[in-house]
Design a protein around this ligand. Structure first.
Ligand code: SF4
Length: 379
């Protein structure tokens, strides 16, 4: 198989690894690339073009939902480290990409596959002097030594947890241990973050809807990972049934569910919400018909309205229509001027149609019956 065919095949295999929330930006291959180029976010939040590819789509595991599971009858291919490093450098020189997102199926054992992934990045960094962004997947079950070497080469490291706990994981990936193969690997990676190491932080990914998990489980696990392991990002990949897998007849996960999870993750990461502040229905799912910030505000109606001229920052951030930038502007203006109207609030960047039911401005309340919704979300 020539390089182009392998790149397409191994790029297809990598499409389920998320580089940017699919509800926010392109997660499809860009039309002007060779089929494996996607957008992602760098450490400073800028979009970068990544070659997203597997080193090999052969794998010894048989995860129930996975397109490259060992029992599925598909063409298999691999790159040698030097081949993939040279190809990446060539695409970078042609200014088609500025980074690499490298994952792999597990060929043999985790450490020998990690060794080839690491060798690829070493060649890229040292032979080709590549200074671009590198996101390396850490394979389940790899050693602490492999994590340490990877941390010296990559901007971002990630481990796909796939499911929010041991029992959920064993339902879809029977051969993996949640704590030993995944969480422990993330812990080793966290211990290696430092100057010049993993500057874009750690990430993980869940397959949403494959293991009958609830949104509450996903949200609480996301919270725990952030609090205990300092994860920079959690990605949610809505389950899609793949022909030739045991889950081929299962319904795909609606994009709206993925979107609500990303909104909830954003509320926790950027605004300091806790899982207890979020609203779940009787089945422990996030409601799909209203955004989670509005749901949380409506559920705590007795805490509103708040007076924008005296509220703390965390209180302002709980008002639908007021985001971080607006809250900062309100706080910095407050020492000098009083806000006296909805128009003032709008001039500071607030969505007054969303905020009006939850604030007073200089003592005046401007409610209307139906609060507007739609939480906007940073990347
Ligand atoms: S270990 Fe990864 S590549 Fe292999 S079957 Fe499981 S999910 Fe797929």
């Amino acid at each position: 198989m020539d390089n182009g065919a392998r790149l397409r095949l191994l790029g297809e295999g990598a499409q389920f690894d998320v580089s940017v929330p699919s509800t926010l930006a392109a997660q499809t291959a860009l039309s002007d690339g060779p089929g494996s180029i996607y957008e992602a976010l760098s450490a400073d939040g800028q979009k970068v073009r990544l070659l997203k590819v597997m080193l090999s789509n052969a794998c010894r595991h048989d995860c129930l939902y996975c397109a490259t599971r060992c029992s599925r009858d598909i063409p298999r291919a691999s790159f040698r480290p030097e081949e993939l490093a040279d190809l990446t450098a060539e695409l970078a020189r042609a200014e088609l990409i500025s980074g690499l997102f490298l994952s792999s199926g597990i060929v043999g054992d985790a450490d020998s596959t990690m060794a080839r992934m690491i060798e690829t990045v070493e060649i890229l960094r040292h032979k080709h002097s590549f200074r671009g962004y590198v996101h390396l997947k850490l394979l389940p079950g790899c050693s602490e030594a492999a994590v340490a070497t990877a941390a010296g080469l990559a901007d971002r490291l990630s481990v796909n947890l796939e499911a929010p706990g041991p029992q959920r994981l064993s339902a879809i990936c029977p051969a993996k241990s949640f704590e030993r193969d995944l969480v422990r690997t993330l812990r080793w990676a966290r211990d290696r973050i430092g100057p010049g190491h993993v500057r874009a932080g750690l990430a993980t990914q869940f397959v949403v809807g494959a293991a009958d998990e609830t949104d509450r489980e996903l949200v609480e696990m996301t919270w725990r990972l952030r609090a205990e392991l300092g994860l920079a990002r959690t990605y949610y990949s809505g389950f899609e049934p793949i022909p030739g897998t045991p889950l081929e007849d299962r319904e795909p996960t609606p994009l709206a569910r993925e979107h609500r999870l990303y909104q909830s993750e954003f509320l926790m990461r950027a605004y300091g919400f806790t899982p207890d502040e979020l609203v779940f229905d009787d089945g422990n799912m996030l409601p799909l018909d209203r955004d989670p910030k509005l749901e949380a505000a409506l559920a705590r109606g007795d805490e509103f309205p708040i007076e924008v001229n005296s509220a703390e920052e965390w209180e302002l951030l709980r008002v639908p229509g007021i985001g971080l930038t607006t809250a900062d502007r309100i706080l910095s203006l407050r020492g000098r001027h009083k806000l006296t109207s909805l128009r003032h609030l709008e001039m500071l960047g607030a969505r007054a149609d969303r905020a009006r039911n939850f604030v007073t401005i200089n003592g005046r309340f401007y409610p209307r019956e139906e609060p507007a919704q739609q939480l906007s979300m940073g990347l």
